[in-house]
Design a protein around this ligand. Sequence first.
Ligand SMILES: [Zn+2]
Length: 416
Amino acid sequence: MKTLIKNIGLLAGISESTRKEGPDMGVVHCLKDAWLLVDGDIIAGFGGKSVDESSPNAEETLPESDLILDAEGAMLMPAFCDSHTHVVYAGSRLKEFEDKIKGLSYAEIAARGGGILNSADRTHSASEEDLYRQSMERVLEMMAKGSGAIEIKSGYGLNTADELKMLRVIKRIADSVPAHIKATFLGAHAVARGMSKEDYVKQVCDEMIPAVAAEKLAEYVDVFCEKGFFSPEDTDLILTSAGKYGMKVKLHANQLHVSGGVQVGVKHNALSVDHLERTTDAEIACLKGSVTMPTMLPGASFFLREPYGNAKGFIENGLGVALASDYNPGSSPSGDMRFIMALGCIWMRLTPEQAFNAVTLNGAYAMGLSNIVGSIAKGKSANLILTKQGFNEIGSIAYLYQTPFIRKVFLKGKEI
Ligand SMILES: [Zn+2]
């Protein structure tokens, strides 16, 4: 089945690269008056006129197709790639939201039974079916808002049985939606109640990771490398254990302190180091020349009223940046990647083009998917957003950040 999308005002995000870095982050390749052919679940071809007025624009004959969709002059772009979420959880943390409004600190909220352990208790009590049902609602909402590739972490289990339960739910979601889903094991999200940190790290290394690997439930492993949670030394032990089972690394680093997480992540060839609200020149120097994508989560900065990461500093030093939603019940209860783009532009001073690359191709890179999704390229998965009329400039997506802009979303070639 071939579908031709014609009369595209702006075909945005054309790229054969696997990631965007430095000055290239500010470039989004586009064609105007364009067409794109979807064959089954892949992009089979595209064409159009150069946006550069000085280039000669040859007329093209449109390819044959079974179905024609008129884009009516609007924009067609890659679906968003959200490389950091915790959308599998039970219940909500509305009470903590209200406590924060009243002025309670994180420590006070934790003392009242809040935080990650609160979500762990609710996730423990929920049946696997109920956890799946609640999580699917969030994933379907994210897809409707244009996310076509989503990473989901465990980490509200904090014991082997419940971590495996979460990962089975992620697998079931992956099997039931057209979005590309990647699973990450985050047993080291917090220390389980009643255990010493040393014993818990040992359990993660010697029991949980082998169990996850045996059932092939996660490709990636993550650690909350943060003062008061897991030190760089704990993190190194866990990542070394994961490496023995062929699991790749993604890491929570430098959210609340300069934690040393970036250095340990780069040492283990992490795909991404995430958060980075607090970094110094040492972190930038460490990331240069590495395979690791710095990933920032402005939704968490917004919700917690924490500083935004120095994305500009990374880009000015030749690095790339990805932006992700961090969708989770405690610190970022939204998976709206378009809002993440707007926060990137408004609070991190990213240009709309830099923000665009951060939520598409670089997000795909940060979950090991940039040869499959994240840009318009022949042979890539047909994960596409067709905008409403009037949205035919990159900047308009973040600028008109509350005006509905999606006309259709295609994932693996199917309209959702
Ligand atoms: Zn997170």
